[in-house]
Design a protein around this ligand. Structure first.
Ligand code: PHE
Length: 340
């Protein structure tokens, strides 16, 4: 019997060495060590042997079985590795393939122009000052020399939020905040959001953007105002675009002017964009009223200053030929995606 067991072990090992696939392997296992195998048949015959011989034969059979199982485990392990390698090979990874680029967004057109405006003024020696969207009457009106009965203070024009708080109607508030805190010479711009109780239409939005400029120093003149503004307009819109001032009134500047630039669409000949006037309104400007300076403790005998305010939305619309200001606030991706 011992001889036969050795033969079985040898047969099993030879067979296992020539297995073909996993199914084959399981068949071999049951053939050699399964319940109906010859080897297990010996096990069943143990009972008919004399008592003293049983343990030795039992062990001999077990040894044979373990030898076969060891080989089986070894082959099974090999098979697993092989299958894994096959899997990798079939899922071929092409390391030279270009990757999928992540989707890239773009800045809002207003943000793009906002930054361009800042860059231009910074190149002209200005610093950027920030104010607050929520202001008080002092900074939005009183300190700007605005009489108590001025129409702009009206509920129909200004959003009040109670307790001497309102949404600023202009970035001129930042003039005041800067002059309260800094001595001349002052040379700042302040871009930001403003609010007015306007019905939205193609050219009005209750929230909009202005950029304020303020220069205060010794010997600052109206000529400096003209020069600075022209410098900006040329850098923003090109050297062919002229600007002009029309007399106007603002409570906090004297003299005051409204700023027009030659129509960027037709160059001044007249077209739909400029309503056939050849000019586009850009904002307001003037020499800082001595009252404003004195009220903030800046000696108006020694210092003079100029200020102007331009519409950032307006500039953006002109730069990109956008027909309706509301497009800037609707966050419609079909619109925004065009500004890559
Ligand atoms: N704040 C003014 C407006 O909103 C514009 C302006 C700014 C005028 C600075 C003069 C000086 O209409």
């Amino acid at each position: 019997m011992k001889k036969r067991l050795d033969e079985i072990v040898e047969e099993a090992i030879t067979a296992l060495n020539t297995f073909e696939d996993h199914h084959d392997l399981m068949n071999l296992k049951s053939r050699f060590v399964g319940k109906k195998s010859e080897l297990m048949g010996f096990m069943k015959k143990l009972g008919s042997l004399p008592k003293e011989e049983r343990p030795i034969f039992g062990q001999t059979i077990n040894n044979a079985k373990n030898k076969i199982l060891d080989k089986f485990n070894e082959i099974e392990e090999k098979l697993k590795n092989l299958e894994y390698e096959k899997k990798i090979a079939s899922n071929k990874v092409d390391f030279s393939m270009p990757g999928r680029p992540p989707l890239r967004g773009n800045l809002h057109p207003l943000t793009q122009i906002w930054r361009e405006i800042e860059d231009i003024f910074i190149s002209m020696g200005f610093e950027v000052a920030e104010g607050f969207d929520i202001e008080d009457e002092f900074h939005n009106f009183d300190a700007l020399n605005t009489p108590k009965d001025h129409p702009s203070r009206n509920l129909a024009d200004t959003f009040y939020i109670g307790n001497d708080r309102l949404l600023r109607t202009q970035t001129s508030t930042v003039q005041i905040r800067v002059m309260e805190n800094f001595e001349p010479p002052i040379k700042i711009i302040s871009p930001g959001r403003c609010y007015r109780n306007d019905k939205p239409d193609a050219s009005h939005s209750p929230a909009f953007h202005q950029v304020e400029a303020l220069v205060v120093g010794e010997g600052v003149t109206f000529a400096d105002l003209r020069d600075t503004l022209n410098g900006f307009v040329v850098k923003m819109f090109g050297s062919k675009i002229r600007s002009r001032f029309r007399p106007h009134f603002f409570p906090f500047t004297e003299p005051s002017a409204e700023i027009d630039i030659a129509c960027v669409n037709c160059g001044g000949k007249g077209c739909n964009v400029c309503k056939h006037s050849g000019w586009l309104e850009m904002g307001g400007a003037g020499m800082v009223d001595p009252n404003v300076l004195d009220n903030l403790g800046i000696d108006s005998e020694k210092y003079t200053g100029f200020a102007f305010g331009l519409g950032i939305d307006r500039i953006t619309m002109l730069k990109y030929n956008i027909p309706d200001i509301r497009l800037l606030f609707e966050n419609d991706l079909r619109f925004l995606k065009q500004f890559k």
